[in-house]
Design a protein around this ligand. Structure first.
Ligand SMILES: Nc1nc2c(ncn2[C@@H]2O[C@H](COP(=O)(O)OP(=O)(O)OP(=O)(O)O)[C@@H](O)[C@H]2O)c(=O)[nH]1
Length: 434
């Protein structure tokens, strides 16, 4: 049978099917890396660069239906960003990580404004001896000291490689995670050795409501909302200070912003360490679990009305009838007019050119508003599923495993972003189906 090559050139999904020689058995995901100078989040300057996706992923659709598709082993050092509003419990969580028995050697980069007593704030560091603790206290990581972050990670990697297993970065309470996330893709010196493992966001159960409600001047981001929107894991902390209904109502608000992240309630940041470390929030091979979990959570809610404390969610708009599954559905969480999650689930196969045009145009026009997205696609002519993830205009995608012979060709995409129109996204997506 014919083999397929996917080549990503300009814009986004420029798939080109063509004949290729026989089978590579591993996959190299392609990615787009914007220039660091273009990363200024608050301006539009990075939103419309010339894009170029460098590496083509290649895989056969062949007589080898039983050949397992494998991603190349990723031996880069994982890095976790801990963020959350002022006083939400970031350092408390960090202390918990440093004192827990996980056998990992952790290098810590802590970003604080002004002079900080490191031993005072990171009590655990003294007793357990984190491999390295670096303070960045001359500004905020997401604004003025991003260059310092790059330098510090590069130094850690060159001077201390082999001496630590994981990097944990604690941001200031006012940080916007986007530019920090983008740093991991924009700098070769980081990208080649360090991979972003996940964004963990602490939410103060008592005060978060005020911060989420805060109306900012036009063009100024509400950090509390942004920190939730970019998260892979959300920890609603300080639940000892509020009632259960208060927690439930806060969780509902959080889920309206970000339905892709997992969520737990805690006191003093006490979570299992595998909830925050080694989560693969940006890994293509874990896309399926993210998008499927999101969709399952929706279905679980829609039809069972059973509320799990860890993944709690409540009323939102439905566009399918009770008890029935339409193959095409999207969910619009419009309670918060600003930042919300939209998922599109749809059976069928996509026309390559149309899909490329739609997604390419969407990202060219809306990349500033699309904070994160993950998807799993069925493309006509490809025997593999196509998985992708993106943060603004950083886009990574790759063919993944082969579709099973009787497996429904179910497409799933989840967007988290600003002013998302669920109907429009669903319509656009469906127009690409054959
Ligand atoms: N009651 C209660 N207090 C908590 C909890 N978690 C943390 N705290 C306390 O809240 C205060 C702030 O916690 P930190 O861990 O320093 O919060 P942070 O997010 O690092 O704070 P900033 O760096 O100032 O943004 C400390 O006094 C903690 O002991 C909790 O679950 N319940």
């Amino acid at each position: 049978m014919a083999s397929l090559s996917m080549e990503i050139a300009t814009t986004v999904l420029s798939f080109t099917c063509r004949q290729q020689p026989k089978i590579p058995t591993t996959l190299v995901p392609f990615f787009y890396k914007p220039k660091i100078g273009n990363l200024s989040y608050k301006t539009a300057s990075y939103a419309k660069p010339m894009r170029r996706f460098s590496v083509a992923a290649r895989r056969t659709a062949s007589d080898d239906i039983d050949v397992e598709t494998k991603f190349l082993a990723d031996n880069r050092i994982p890095a976790t960003i801990i963020t959350g509003f002022l006083g939400s419990g970031k350092t408390t969580l960090l202390n918990h990580i440093l004192t827990a028995d996980h056998g990992k050697r952790i290098a810590v980069i802590e970003n604080e404004y002004g002079e900080v007593d490191i031993d005072g704030s990171l009590v655990a560091a003294k007793t357990t001896g984190a491999e390295d603790i670096i303070m960045l206290n001359n500004g905020c990581l997401c604004c003025t000291v991003r260059g310092d972050l790059v330098r510090m990670i590069s130094e850690l990697v060159t001077k201390k490689k082999g001496k630590f297993d994981h990097i944990v970065i604690e941001t200031t309470g006012l940080a916007n995670p986007a530019p920090i996330i983008q740093t991991f893709y924009a700098e070769d010196s980081i990208f080649n050795d360090v991979k972003l493992d996940g964004v963990v966001t602490l939410v103060d159960a008592k005060h978060a409501g005020f911060h989420l409600d805060e109306v900012k001047p036009k063009g100024v981001v509400n950090e509390a909302i942004e920190q939730i929107a970019y998260a892979d894991r959300i920890i609603v902390n300080k639940t000892d200070l509020v009632s259960e209904p208060q927690v439930a109502s806060l969780v509902e608000r959080i889920k309206n912003i970000n339905r892709m992240a997992y969520l737990k309630h805690t006191e003093f940041g006490k979570v299992n360490l595998d909830y925050v470390l080694g989560i693969g929030g940006f890994d293509l091979e874990r896309i399926e679990s993210s998008v499927s979990a999101e969709v399952e959570k929706e279905d679980h809610h829609d039809h069972n009305h059973d509320h799990d404390h860890d993944h709690d969610h409540h009323g939102h708009e439905h566009d399918h009838k009770d008890g029935q599954h339409d193959n095409h559905h999207s969910h619009d969480h419009t309670h918060d007019p600003g930042v919300s999650s939209v998922s599109v689930v749809c059976e069928g196969s996509l026309d390559l050119e149309k899909a490329n045009m739609w997604l390419g145009t969407l990202l060219l026009e809306r990349s500033e508003d699309i904070y994160r997205m993950k998807g799993l696609l069925s493309v006509e002519g490809m025997n593999e599923r196509f998985v992708f993830q993106g943060v603004h205009d950083i886009f990574q995608g790759s063919p993944d495993r082969l579709w099973g012979p009787d497996e429904p060709r179910m497409n799933k995409i989840v967007f988290i972003g600003k002013n998302l129109d669920a109907q429009e996204l669903e319509k656009g997506f469906k127009s690409c189906l054959l």
